[in-house]
Ligand binder design. Structure first.
Ligand SMILES: Cc1cc2nc3c(=O)[nH]c(=O)nc-3n(C[C@H](O)[C@H](O)[C@H](O)COP(=O)(O)OP(=O)(O)OC[C@H]3O[C@@H](n4cnc5c(N)ncnc54)[C@H](O)[C@@H]3O)c2cc1C
Ligand code: HEM
Length: 369
């Protein structure tokens, strides 16, 4: 561990147990001195759900070699344009961060710690500002909802069309905001490959207490305008690749997989594509009919659905990772994995056991794994 990294981790332990109070102080510091910055943040903001402080602390501690994360930080800075963040805000936030740390660490705080946080924050902030400055795209796009369909109790599929052209690649995701939860942005994967008509399809599952997902499933309707930020993600196809493909999708993790399949229907003739689609019960296999139609149309495509909590389901039983393990061998295939953090974690574990080299696996988890 480098010296900087050691100082950051060591000093964080001084305040770790008072994180919630520190967060309260941090936001109060920013908003008291700069009331206009409050408008950048969500309306209902409780400290547990507020994301900025946690994100900065994680970034400062984990990106100990910021040059290696140059692309990520530039993209993060570009993405911050959707929050209306400007270069000046970085100084305000950086000062509040240091003051909060100092206050809560008390007497154990040292000049070395101060300098370590200041340096780490500054390098990251500079890269983010550079990324934002270099971006020629709009900070976000307005898009109109064209279709909205409830596919199960908790799942909706909707389509929208951006008012201005928005380029993306099959397999990518995008940050999205709707008027029912202003200033709360969440990422969702496009479920289609880019098309002439510019439409974009999304598959969303409402999580119990989830703010944005519930609004997108239960309240969004045709004619609503939503906002979309720049597309991100590298779970995309390499046209030169020749290996056969295995796609493993859990629930609405099917969205980016569906986009990849659609892209492949435009040119693929030589690669076998095996899709494993897992869910708790039959109801959650919300897009199986369409998948099966594609499987019937394209000889290179096979579809295996599975449920792990529905004994009445006629088909494979068990977690999708265990079902994948029953098929195979897979050591020569390219993998695409998408779904909840738990599902992605268990699939990656299974693939490691099956000796699939990590470089052949691209994945998107719907959260930290
Ligand atoms: C790369 C990527 C792509 C994604 N693509 C999609 C996609 O295509 N489709 C899709 O539906 N989602 C997708 N997600 C997830 C999405 O971004 C949101 O995290 C999700 O919709 C929840 O947002 P929310 O505002 O509703 O929940 P929040 O208000 O942010 O709350 C979510 C938090 O609440 C907790 N929680 C509340 N209720 C539940 C529950 N019932 N079960 C489990 N946890 C719960 C969890 O701790 C979770 O961290 C993707 C995420 C990532 C990172
Ligand atoms: C080192 C500097 C910074 C880093 C590493 C950083 C990182 C992040 C990340 C990763 C998120 C997303 C969290 C998520 O949605 O899961 C986020 C959210 C956010 N950031 Fe930053 N950020 C930085 C500076 C700033 C600054 C200067 C501002 C302007 C005041 C800002 C405003 C926001 C806002 C408004 C959100 C959304 C908050 C929410 O939804 O609760 N960020 N930041």
């Amino acid at each position: 561990m480098g010296n900087l990294s050691r100082l950051l981790k060591e000093s964080w332990t001084l305040v770790e147990e008072q994180q919630d109070k520190l967060a309260g102080y941090f936001y109060a510091r920013i908003f008291l001195d700069n009331p206009q910055v409050r408008d950048l943040f969500p309306v209902q903001m409780d400290v547990q759900r507020a994301r900025l402080l946690g994100a900065i602390v994680t970034a400062v501690q984990t990106l100990d070699d910021p040059d290696r994360f140059d692309d990520y930080l530039r993209a993060l800075g570009r993405d911050h344009r959707k929050f209306h963040v400007s270069a000046d805000h970085y100084d305000v936030v950086g000062a509040a961060l240091l003051e909060s740390l100092r206050t809560f660490a008390g007497e154990s705080w040292s000049i070395e710690y101060d300098q370590a946080w200041r340096d780490a924050y500054q390098v990251i902030a500079r890269k983010m500002v550079a990324g934002a400055d270099a971006d020629t795209n709009p900070p976000f796009w307005h898009a109109e909802v064209l279709r909205h369909e409830r596919r199960s109790r908790d799942i909706a599929v909707f389509t929208c069309r951006p008012m201005e052209p928005l380029e993306f690649k099959a397999g990518q995701y995008i940050s999205l905001e709707c008027r029912y939860q202003p200033r709360l942005w969440r990422v969702y994967s496009m479920a289609n490959a880019p098309d002439q008509d510019g439409t974009m399809e999304f598959h969303v599952r409402a999580l119990g207490a989830g703010w944005v997902s519930s609004a997108l499933v239960r309240r969004l309707k045709v004619g609503d305008m939503i906002r979309l930020a720049a597309p991100m993600g590298s779970m995309t196809l390499d046209r030169q690749a020749t290996r056969d493909i295995v796609c493993v999708a859990g629930g609405t993790g099917l969205a980016p997989i569906k986009a990849l399949i659609q892209q492949l229907t435009r040119y693929n003739r030589t690669r076998w594509v095996h899709v494993f689609f897992g869910a708790r019960d039959r109801d959650d296999l919300y897009d199986l009919a369409e998948l099966n139609q594609l499987g019937a149309k394209y000889p290179w495509l096979s579809v295996v659905p599975a449920c792990d909590k529905d004994p009445t389901f006629v088909g494979e039983q068990g977690t999708i990772a265990s079902v994948v393990a029953r098929y195979g061998p897979w050591a020569e295939h390219d993998f695409f994995v998408s779904g909840s953090p738990a599902m992605v974690r268990s699939t990656l574990r299974t693939l490691a056991e099956l000796q699939v080299p990590a470089v052949r696996i691209k994945y998107d988890a719907f959260g930290d794994i």
